[in-house]
Design a protein around this ligand. Structure first.
Ligand code: ADP
Length: 264
């Protein structure tokens, strides 16, 4: 039976179940056997130095990269493969695309369509991928724009918006697909400092609304306040993990301490 903690995290079967995930580029292993479970409603912040494999791990979950070894399940679905009697067979691109539909991703660069309005950007995927009617997609998009504080911007073009506003549109666009899981890859790193807070606020609200999230960020305040769990990665391995007060407040490993001392 599902057990929900006071923070709203469901301790039943994890939404993301990653086992011994390995990935190499040109013979260099950048993920060296990552194990990670993320429960429904949980917010996990991935911390670690540049090059430690955080982005690659997110991209593996979302099937933007093919893993070399291990397995990743999202909501019970084996990502990218079919297990036939213990032998893995790669799924067709169509089936992989279907798996990816339920996972929202926000990047450092928001990549909105520059020639489409904010509203058109948000309704694009539900219309094209899910075949949602224009009316229903528009109604939902306007709700999502209100949720990210952009109810007055549906007719604007991306170039008319600040970076923070564009990133909030990108979040609304991801949410328009009703994702089970949201992946954020340094969503505020490209923003001017004064615009970071408005994006983190939208992410905090989303977390409080029960969204399951994996967030790569260097925003330590966000990690402390919003994460249920912090995972510190270095050189392709998970070095330590736990509640933020433990990992950030009282790190056990020298590598974590060295990283955190550079953050302050
Ligand atoms: P992080 O997100 O922690 O900064 P990344 O996952 O981006 O780390 O990168 C991990 C390592 O993998 C780095 O050494 C990076 O240069 C390398 N890498 C990532 N993507 C590719 C790629 N497409 N081709 C070659 N090397 C890559």
């Amino acid at each position: 039976m599902a057990q929900t903690t006071p923070q709203g995290v469901d301790r039943g079967q994890p939404l993301v179940h990653a086992v011994n995930v390995t990935k190499a580029f040109h013979g260099t292993e950048v993920l060296k056997g990552i194990d990670m479970d993320v429960h429904r409603g949980e917010v996990v912040v991935l911390l670690g130095p540049s090059g430690s494999g955080k982005t690659t791990f997110l991209r593996c979950i979302n099937q933007l990269e093919t893993i070399d070894g291990g397995r990743i399940w999202v909501d019970g679905d084996l990502m990218g493969y079919e297990d036939r009697g213990g032998t893995l067979h790669r799924l067709t691109d169509k089936r992989i695309a279907a798996q990816r539909r339920d996972i929202g991703m926000c990047f450092q660069r928001f990549n909105l369509f520059p020639h489409k309005t904010v509203l058109e950007n948000v309704i694009e995927a539900p219309r094209q991928v899910k075949g949602v009617s224009k009316g229903a997609a528009t109604e939902k998009a306007l709700e999502l724009l209100a949720q990210v504080g952009l109810e007055d911007k549906p007719a604007a073009y991306p170039a008319q918006l600040s970076g923070g506003q564009q990133q909030r549109v990108a979040i609304a666009r991801a949410l328009a697909m009703d994702p089970k899981l949201m992946l954020f890859d340094e969503p505020t790193s490209a923003l001017d400092p004064e615009l970071v807070g408005e994006v983190l606020k939208v992410m905090r609200d989303l977390a409080q609304g029960g969204m399951t999230m994996i967030v790569v960020t260097h925003e330590m305040g966000f990690a402390r306040e919003v994460a249920d769990r912090v995972v510190f990665m270095d050189a392709g391995v998970v070095v330590e993990e736990g509640p933020p007060a433990q990992v950030i407040g009282n790190p056990q490993h020298n590598r974590t301490r060295a990283f955190l001392s550079r953050m302050r």
